[in-house]
Design a protein around this ligand. Sequence first.
Ligand SMILES: [Zn+2]
Length: 199
Amino acid sequence: MPTKSLRTLLKGFVLLAALPALASAHPGHDGDHGFGWDFSGGFTHPLSGWDHLLAMIAVGLWAAQLGGRARWLVPAAFLSVMTLGAILGHGGLQIAGTEQGIAASVLVLGLLVATAARLPVAAGMAIVGIFALFHGLAHGAEMPATAAGLSYGLGFVLATALLHAAGLGLGLFTSRKSTVIPQTAGVAIALVGVAMLAF
Ligand SMILES: [Zn+2]
């Protein structure tokens, strides 16, 4: 076997071995909060939880691939439905399988980016909206009805918007070189989604 393919194979194994660690790297979804109820707690949560981080970057990458109005309408749909989900969760709405819904969002959004799926803007907004609901619900119920809880929510939304923008920028920038680059990122994101559903 040539050395190059051996090295690629080894890298694949290392990635696979790291997947369970990535899949469980998320404090705060089972009531065990590793963060404070304030703006910085909300801001750092999507950046430290792989499930939120990857799904939100994938939304930006996909928006870049869709182009046109979708570039801002698709991330805007995620942001607004996520906020709505947090409000509904805070009001007591619970949906069974929220964790699985978040994991599924990583897998499906990764696949959409991997295949550079072309869908009408409205369909794209609906798909990211459904997943955004789970991301919002996951934290809405536990957020205290205080100024600190509100700051936490604002931090969370701002970090989400920045992750969308990062994905969008990355997608627009790399696709000028080759459309394969964002699609490869989509494959990697989908793989982590598989691990999240499996472990
Ligand atoms: Zn979370």
